[in-house]
Design a protein around this ligand. Structure first.
Ligand code: HEM
Length: 468
């Protein structure tokens, strides 16, 4: 009996040693390991990079362009990367999906392109696409009013931009009141922000923890209120006689007839509201701030805009103006609106880089592994953009053409941004109107401390003086 126990013990010990050595050998071929204090959820990484966004870049300095987050029983629960080939593969590859978002986002946003893969995602994208066709977005009527408003109340610029996107998506005029809407636009915006917070926490905690530990009644109420507002927009666009002479259609008018039912239409519209919120507005605010610290660029642009002919404030005029396009590209490079994008491996797959003893070989990635592709780290890579990669220098775009995996502010591949052209022309229009009106800018922002929890903006906003 004793010798049997000895044999079993020896076998078990040998097996443990074998597993240990195998794990060490495998780990040697994995990317560098982030030293986590929380091997269960990696909350230390999540919170430290959310509270201090610059840490995202510091960690690449420390570990290289690809590193992993380990958890108990899983040496690589997530990969964080700013390697150009990896970023593109994660954003554009068929093996990477986003359905994991459904549990946290579904209650508020329903089912649509932001949390679906495969056929369901394709169906949503097809439904939305006509809204972004050039004839439908080559129209500055609403934006003109927004620009007038911004110029009149320049300090409140950030809030005003929501109105234009609300009109484009829901067809709701933010100034109108007595059309039977369940609440005014200010209340909708307030509830939307509250809903986003609830949704973010649910996304972070996952379905089980959220159901167990979070109060549900208030969140349910907020979601219901938001839904009633979007339903009103759908009802309105279905019942109002469409004016046949109208040049453009709202997204509600385009989506409602194609949707399976009202809940489906509501999901598509709510998800587009999320995709479009804090995007063009953030780009404009970041651009204005960077221009306020580079008066020579503002002066050059003002000279060009002041002497331009009336055709300038049209789609073609704005999109072909090199100075404006360079300014926007450089801002999207240095302060990408979405600094990082997450996906999960749908099946066992590979990333082009991060494996092998020198971390430069293909990296095998098991199904279920989470990946965070960091556009910000990629956009400030000195290897790609040179030693002045951290400086804002719009002139660099005169001679520099990035490869298709080196500059991805609007994503890449089949999921790339549908609103890109609309966002760029609207930002150009607003910038041109501001530069025409104001002689110079003065930066009074105490500190640039990026908040990258959703889109990248300054944590405490910007303080800028516009001189007439
Ligand atoms: C400066 C402004 C904007 C930036 C930087 C931007 C950036 C992005 C990025 C990076 C993605 C890809 C997300 C991913 O790969 O998971 C995306 C997707 C998308 N964006 Fe934008 N966006 C902007 C404005 C807008 C606007 C104004 C709209 C709509 C009115 C919009 C609609 C969409 C849609 C519908 C998708 C999803 C495409 C899909 O999943 O098939 N975007 N955007």
């Amino acid at each position: 009996m004793q010798s049997l126990l000895l044999i079993v013990g020896t076998l078990l010990a040998c097996h443990a040693i074998y597993l240990f050595i195998r794990r060490r050998m495998r780990a040697r071929n994995l990317p560098p390991k982030y030293w986590t204090f929380d091997p269960f959820m990696n909350f230390d990484w999540i919170f430290s990079t959310a509270l201090n966004a610059k840490k995202q870049l510091d960690l690449f300095e420390k570990y290289g362009d690809t590193y992993r987050l380990p958890r108990v029983m899983n040496p690589m629960s997530a990969i964080v990367t700013c390697n150009p080939s990896n970023v593109r593969t994660i954003m554009a590859g068929k093996d990477w999906g986003i359905e994991f978002r459904q549990a946290g986002m579904g209650q508020m946003l329903g089912s649509g392109f932001i949390c679906n893969d495969g056929d369901e995602w394709m169906r949503s994208r097809k439904m939305l696409r006509p809204a972004f066709n050039r004839p439908n977005i080559d129209n500055f009527d609403v934006l003109e009013g927004v620009a007038d408003n911004i110029i009149a109340t320049i300090e409140a610029a950030n809030g005003k931009l929501m109105h234009s996107s609300m009109h484009f998506i829901l067809g709701i005029d933010s100034t109108e009141k007595n059309d039977g809407r369940p609440m005014d636009v200010q209340m909708f915006n307030k509830l939307w922000q509250e809903g986003l917070l609830g949704m973010g926490i649910r996304l972070l905690l996952g379905e089980t923890f959220s159901k167990l530990f979070l109060p549900q009644a208030r969140y349910r109420h907020v979601c219901n209120q938001l839904h009633s507002f979007i339903d009103f927009a759908i009802y309105k666009c279905k019942t109002e006689n469409s004016d046949p002479t109208k040049k453009t259609k709202t997204m509600a008018e385009i989506v409602a007839p194609q949707a399976k039912d009202r809940a489906d239409a509501r999901s598509q519209l709510a998800q587009t509201m999320l995709a479009s919120q804090d995007t063009t507005g953030v780009l404009i605010c970041n651009t204005i701030h960077l221009l306020s610290t580079h008066p020579e660029v503002w002066a050059q642009l003002r000279k060009e805009v002041s002497s331009a002919n009336p055709e300038f404030l049209t789609w073609d005029g704005l999109r072909s103006n090199t100075t404006i396009q360079n300014i926007l590209s450089e801002t999207l490079r240095l302060r990408p609106v979405f600094p990082q994008i997450g996906r999960a491996a749908i099946r066992d797959t590979f990333l082009p880089s991060g494996g092998g003893p020198d971390h430069d070989k293909p990296l095998p990635v098991p199904a279920g592994t989470f990946a965070i592709s960091n556009t910000w780290g990629l956009h400030v890579s000195k290897e790609i953009y040179g030693s002045d990669a951290n400086e804002w220098r719009p002139g660099r775009w005169n001679n520099f053409k990035p490869g298709n995996q080196e500059f991805v502010p609007f994503g890449a591949g089949p999921r790339a941004c549908l609103g890109k052209e609309k966002a760029l022309v609207e930002a150009a229009y607003l910038l041109a109107r501001l530069v025409r009106r104001f002689e110079s800018l003065e930066d009074r922002t105490p500190e640039w401390k990026p908040d990258a929890s959703f889109s990248m903006k300054n944590r405490k906003g910007y303080e800028i003086t516009f001189n007439i």
